[in-house]
Design a protein around this ligand. Structure first.
Ligand code: FAD
Length: 453
C-alpha cells in the first residue's frame, strides 16, 4: 500500500550517521596519533593532557567550518537541525578544552635552553606565537559567548552571521600559527602539514558558502509570481524559475531564500517549501512575520528576483515506514506538512493520516478550507488545538503535552505509526518528550525545528 511514497524515490544524499561519526572521531584524534608517532620523550601527565586537549580541540575547531557549510553529504541524512546542534555542542566543548589547556602546563615558559633539543624542559613560546595564542584564546571565548547569547545582542542576525564567519577564520589562522610555532608536536612537518591542509579546507568552505554557492545561485534565478496573505501575519509567497527548470525537492524540505537582493547578499533565510513538488516549476513558501525580514514579505512586489540555496533537510516521507502517519504542526510549522499532504493527495499512499494542528487563536489556522477538502480525498483526520480559544470553540484546547497527546492518540497501535513534527523548537522538544513517554520509538519520529538557537 506504500507505492505512492516509494514512487517518490528516496535519494538519501547524506553519509551514513555511523560512518560520519567514525570519520569525525578519526579526524579529531588524528593529530594525537601523529603526535604520538613523533616518539618524543613523555612529560608529566598534565603537560601531555594539555597538549592532547589542544590538539583534539584545534582539529574539532577546523571541522566546525565543514559542519556549518550546509553540505548535504553531512546533513542529508541526519538533518540540518541535528548537524547545527552538533556544531554548537562541539563548539562549547572545544572552547573549554582550549581555555583550560594553558593552565595545565607544569613546564616553565621561557626561551628553549640550547641543550633542550626535544623541548621537553621548556615551553618554546616566542613572542609571536605567544601573541597569536593569547589572541586566539581571548577571541574564541568572546566569540562562543556571542554565539550563545546571539538573541540578546543588539545586532541583526545578518551582522552576527558575517562576524561569525570572519571571526572563525581569524581564530583558525591565529590558532594555526600558534600551534605550528609553539606546539611541541605541531612543528613536525606531518602535523604542521595536517593543520595547513585542514585550515585550507576550512577557508575553502567559507569561500564555498559566501562566493561559490551564491555564484551558482545567481545563474539560476527565480522571480516572485505572487504574494498573498493567508492568515494572521502569514503570507504565501510563490516563485518561478527564470530560464531554467526549478530545482527538484521532496515534500518536507527547505531552502535558504534570498529575496529582492543579489544572490551574494547575506540576507538569506530558511523556509520550508509548502507547495507540492509536483507543482514545479512553481515553488511556494508560507511565511510568518517574526522579524525584520519576514515583516517585509507583504511588500515584496511580483517580479522581484529570488534565489534558492537547497533543497536541504531530511524530514521527508520517502522510504519511511509506519502503519499510518501522524502529522503534528505548530503554527507555520504546517508549511512542510501541507507540502507532504499535497503530495500525498497527488500520489496517495493508502496509509491512514492524522493531523494535529496547534495554534494560539483560530485566525492563525492556515489553509483551513483546503484541509477540510483534503479530508474528503484522503484517509485524513484533523484535530485543531487552540491555546487561546474563543468562547464558541468546540475543538481541543491547550498545548501539545503528554496528557493532550494521550487523548488525541487514543487508537490501537499508535506507537507503530510514523510521527512528523514541525514547529518552534520548544514545541518539538515537548512533543518528542511526550511521544517517548507514550512509547513511540525515536526512529518513528521525524522533526524539523524552525530555529537553530
Ligand atoms: C529549517 C527551517 C525552516 C523554516 N521554515 C519556515 C517556514 O516555512 N515558514 C516560516 O515562517 N518560518 C520558517 N522558518 C523560520 C524562519 O527562517 C525565521 O522566522 C526567519 O528567518 C526570521 O527572520 P527575520 O529576519 O524576519 O526575523 P529575526 O527576528 O531577524 O530572526 C528571528 C530568528 O530567526 C532565526 N533566523 C533569522 N535569520 C536566519 C537565517 N538567515 N538563518 C537561520 N536562522 C535565521 C534566528 O534564530 C533569529 O533569532 C524556518 C526556519 C528553519 C531553521
Amino acid at each position: 500500500m506504500q507505492e505512492g511514497i516509494k514512487a517518490l524515490a528516496p535519494r538519501r544524499r547524506g553519509g551514513h550517521p555511523v560512518l560520519l561519526a567514525a570519520l569525525y572521531l578519526f579526524m579529531a584524534l588524528l593529530p594525537l596519533l601523529l603526535a604520538y608517532l613523533e616518539g618524543l620523550p613523555p612529560r608529566s601527565f598534565t603537560d601531555e593532557l594539555s597538549s592532547a586537549l589542544a590538539l583534539a580541540a584545534f582539529s574539532m575547531l577546523l571541522m566546525e567550518f565543514v559542519l556549518s557549510g550546509r553540505f548535504n553529504a553531512i546533513s542529508g541524512r541526519i538533518g540540518m537541525d541535528v548537524t547545527m546542534r552538533f556544531h554548537q555542542v562541539i563548539a562549547r566543548s572545544l572552547t573549554v578544552f582550549i581555555l583550560v589547556h594553558p593552565f595545565l602546563y607544569t613546564t616553565p615558559l621561557r626561551t628553549p635552553l640550547p641543550w633542550d633539543v626535544t623541548g621537553q624542559l621548556t615551553l618554546g613560546l616566542d613572542t609571536w606565537s605567544l601573541v597569536t595564542g593569547i589572541l586566539a584564546w581571548v577571541l574564541l571565548a568572546s566569540f562562543v559567548m556571542a554565539a550563545i547569547f546571539r538573541d540578546k545582542l543588539p545586532y541583526s542576525y545578518e551582522t552576527w552571521r558575517i562576524t561569525h564567519g570572519i571571526g572563525a577564520a581569524v581564530i583558525a589562522a591565529l590558532g594555526a600559527h600558534h600551534a605550528i610555532e609553539a606546539g611541541r608536536y605541531s612543528g613536525h612537518p606531518y602535523l604542521a602539514g595536517l593543520w595547513l591542509a585542514m585550515l585550507g579546507v576550512a577557508l575553502l568552505t567559507l569561500l564555498y558558502v559566501y562566493v561559490i554557492g551564491p555564484l551558482r545561485q545567481s545563474r539560476r534565478p527565480y522571480r516572485v509570481v505572487s504574494v498573498e496573505r493567508v492568515a494572521l501575519k502569514t503570507w504565501d509567497l510563490a516563485i518561478e524559475p527564470v530560464g531554467h527548470a526549478a530545482v527538484p525537492f521532496e515534500a518536507g524540505q527547505f531552502f535558504w531564500l534570498t529575496l529582492d537582493r543579489s544572490a551574494f547578499a547575506i540576507t538569506e533565510h530558511p523556509f520550508s517549501a509548502s507547495s507540492c513538488p509536483d507543482d514545479r516549476p512553481r515553488i511556494a513558501f508560507t511565511i510568518k512575520e517574526s522579524g525584520d525580514f519576514t515583516r517585509r514579505i507583504g511588500t515584496i512586489p511580483a517580479g522581484a528576483r529570488a534565489y534558492l540555496d537547497g533543497p536541504h533537510g531530511n524530514m521527508t516521507l520517502a522510504g519511511r515506514t509506519g502503519d499510518g502517519i501522524v502529522f503534528i504542526a505548530g503554527g507555520v510549522g504546517l508549511a512542510p506538512i501541507i507540502s507532504m499532504l499535497r503530495q500525498l493527495r497527488a500520489a496517495p499512499d493508502g496509509r491512514p493520516l492524522k493531523l494535529l494542528y496547534g495554534n494560539r487563536v483560530a485566525e492563525q489556522i492556515l489553509y483551513g478550507d483546503e484541509l477540510d477538502r483534503m479530508q474528503e480525498d484522503l484517509a485524513l483526520e484533523i484535530h485543531h488545538v487552540l491555546r487561546e480559544p474563543s468562547a464558541d470553540w468546540a475543538g481541543a484546547t491547550g498545548q501539545f503535552d503528554e496528557a493532550l497527546l494521550r487523548r488525541l492518540l487514543r487508537f490501537d497501535g499508535y506507537e507503530r505509526w510514523l510521527y512528523v513534527v514541525c514547529g518552534p523548537a520548544p514545541m518539538i522538544d515537548a512533543v518528542e518528550e511526550a511521544l517517548r513517554k507514550l512509547g513511540v520509538p525515536l526512529r518513528q519520529i521525524l522533526s524539523e525545528k524552525f530555529s537553530y538557537g
